[in-house]
Design a protein around this ligand. Sequence first.
Ligand code: DON
Length: 312
Amino acid sequence: MVIMTATSSATFLPVLERIAEEIGHTPGRGRPADYIPALASRDPRSFGMAVAEPDGTVYGVGDWREPFSAQSITKVFTLALDLAREGDELWEHVGREPSGNPFNSLVQLEYENGIPRNPFINAGALVVTDRLHTRTGDAAGELLDFLRAESGNPALDFDTEVAASETAHGDRNAALAHFMASYGNIDNDIPVLLDQYFRQCSIAASCADLALATGFLARHGIRADGSRLLSRSQAKQVNAIMLTCGTYDAAGNFAYRVGLPGKSGVGGGIIAVVPGRCTLCVWSPGLDERGNSVAGVAALDRFTTLTGLSVF
Ligand code: DON
């Protein structure tokens, strides 16, 4: 990992500095997630943003080195890790359409025979983690190893307090998992799966870590060490699903405002990809009513406006 500081040249650093300045003057940051008590105590005024270039250079502004709860951002990495192993068979168990419903919604599952709409709503992520767990024997461990390797940060770890907090408030995810199991779409025992999923979500990482870990999607499937995780076509597929489903029932508005594949988490982080050019991660814990970081979406909106970079 090459860390650029404010004194070295980094292509987008002036843009990031301008965005941080603008965000600093913008009132109204939303509210941190309160359904997981361990997340509720974060200060909504925190703000960090990092850019990682395909060669591993990373730089940022504000709280870009501060670890936060990655939460649903991890769903991108488990999807990639599972897709790399089982390929298109995965799509017999989870769809690729936006849901138009909140991330933890149950309502579509019965109409659609226990097949979740996409891998980024909770139901779909549970299916992906279940399948990755069957293939590896330790889905969360596989994910952690991947994130450590791609970020170059061996200190990344699960946050046991967050995972325990989720387990204590896990009725809805348990309901989703049991319901899908009734359709034969879950292989593992539900407590085992939920433990894997909650530990997956609890991983604490910074904007720098997550921007670097997302790099394989800007490099068309190539990992930090030069090996291939996904085919070029699979990397395109993951980016496409991030664009259409990565911010839940706000994905249309995110595409409209930002114009990049992106994935949010209720910890207040959002990753985004400019294919072939760079990856971004922004963090600010205040969320809108759909669970997306208010300042995070605004910052990415400004980034694509100021740089002219988007997939459109
Ligand atoms: O399943 C949950 O409730 C959380 N662990 C993850 C939710 C999440 O980040 C959804 N995102 N915006």
